[in-house]
Design a protein around this ligand. Structure first.
Ligand code: ADP
Ligand code: MG
Length: 257
């Protein structure tokens, strides 16, 4: 995926400006940046959910030239707090992922249903199929959101803070799951993430966004530096070398006297 000169205006204000972004096949790239930097807006633009200027290319083809259906068959987006119709069952929600394959006014086919079964099995959700989404825990619900995106059958997964509602154990579980699926299904992942240490452990590369602009990009150890984080998050941190990437530890101000 190649993004060139991406710009988005919301309410007349430019919130994303001149963003260039490359994600190779099978790569996991994570966008970080302070609140309001434009992370979600970049994902929404790449996913075709908001109007933008500039280009988003997949395998050299401008996605603007694809039909909505073809785009949805290629790129699946999981937004931060997806709206769930009240009372909806897990299996029906995951089946929504097959919408780009179901003809207008048509019904789902046997192959749509078998894709849904396969995805529910892969995410260990079979026993939840008949449960209402509003009865699930945060971690279970996040797995269902992923299931819907996988049922869509695209090669590219856009994930907006996929673990923000989860405790540390479920964060790890969901991110390990995404990483495993990426390997098994050859998926390409573009995500945003809040927790910097966790983001750095899973991402191949990171992009630091501030005020709608890319201010740093590269391997986690190139982006997660004390200098860059101090400058763009206005925070005092210590960065420690970890086994799978830099670990970012906030440091409180020292009182003197
Ligand atoms: P992030 O995900 O990095 O926290 P967002 O992409 O959600 O940031 O938002 C980027 C900026 O766009 C923020 O300053 C936000 O206030 C602004 N914004 C979001 N939606 C609108 C809107 N509908 N109208 C005007 N500004 C908006
Ligand atoms: Mg956001």
């Amino acid at each position: 995926m190649a993004v060139r000169g991406l710009g988005v205006r919301l309410g007349g204000v430019p919130v994303v400006r001149g963003v260039d972004l490359d994600v190779s096949d099978g790569e996991w790239v994570t966008i970080i940046g302070p609140n309001g930097a434009g992370k979600s807006t970049v994902l929404r633009a790449v996913g075709g959910l908001v109007a933008y200027t500039g280009n988003v290319e997949l395998d050299g083809v401008d996605v603007a030239a694809l039909s909505r259906r073809d785009r949805a068959r290629t790129v699946a987006t999981v937004m931060q707090q997806p709206v769930v119709p009240p009372g909806m069952r897990v299996i029906d929600y995951v089946l929504l992922g097959r919408t780009p394959y179901i003809p207008p006014l048509g019904r789902e086919s046997a192959s749509d249903l078998s894709v849904v079964d396969e995805v529910l099995a892969a995410l260990d959700l079979e026993s939840f199929a008949g449960r209402r989404l509003d009865t699930l825990s945060g971690g279970e619900r996040q797995r269902v959101f992923l299931a819907r995106a996988l049922a869509q059958g695209g090669r590219i997964l856009l994930l907006d803070e996929p673990t923000s509602a989860l405790d540390i154990g479920h964060q790890q579980e969901v991110l390990d799951l995404i990483d495993r699926l990426r390997g098994e299904r050859g998926l390409t992942v573009l995500s945003t993430m809040h927790d910097l240490s966790i983001a750095g452990e899973y991402a191949d590369r990171m992009v630091l966004l501030d005020d709608g602009i890319v201010v740093a990009a590269g391997a986690p150890r190139e982006v997660l530096t004390e200098e860059l984080l101090a400058k763009h998050y206005r925070v005092r941190v210590k960065v420690i070398a970890g086994e799978h990437g830099p670990l970012v530890v906030p440091v409180r101000e020292r009182h003197t006297g």
